[in-house]
Design a protein around this ligand. Sequence first.
Ligand code: PGA
Length: 249
Amino acid sequence: MRKKLIAANWKMNKTPDETRAFFREFLPLVAGHTRDEIVVCPPYTSAAAALEAAIGSSVAIGVQNVHWKADGAFTGEISAPMLLSLGVTHVIVGHSERRQYFGETDDTVNLRLKTALEAGLTAICCVGEVLEEREAGLTDDVLRRQCVRAFHAISAKKAAKMTVAYEPVWAIGTGKTATPELAAAAHAVIRREAAEVFGEEFAAGLRILYGGSVKPDNASTLMAQEEIDGALVGGASLDAKSLAGIVKY
Ligand code: PGA
């Protein structure tokens, strides 16, 4: 059985003060919840506040990106050793907003994923098609390409700490959710690709999250799908009650 993971992607939202306020409200709502793993990914500037606020709880803290070099002249970037020294355990890589707005490519996603895993971070690698690709019947090809390129030169041993998030771009922040069946079909494509690269046994244990307009009222139908091993939640994760509602689908 794959334990489900509910991951909150706060994107560019919440100051340290707002982060502390969120945790004051959120932690009592999920106290004692052990069925699923929970990780909250604030902006870098609120990671320390989140880590401190989450002490003594079962909520893990991640961030939303990582550079592939340990240090150097890379203005605006953050390295894996920096994250580790802070106590961060999770990182999102390859989010579609990074790909769409900040020039992230399959190659840089691969470098970031590889680096995160080698550093011992749990990496949530995002893949997903845009609307035109879905309408052109290219979804499976796109997912296969993104996975093959992201997984390149990573060993199954290192990939043990990898989670994949299927996030159809047309469902992100739009209120449109993939039907559970459609998401499950995409997850199956990703799992097959993981089996090709890392072997059947690995693929059977790989967690694949769904992301794209997950809300408290659609979480239970999505999570009921055997293929869906959790959720990557954007907008609905900013409110403590709403995220707790999703955790308790
Ligand atoms: P959303 O975002 O839940 O606001 O659609 C999901 C994501 O981008 O990870």
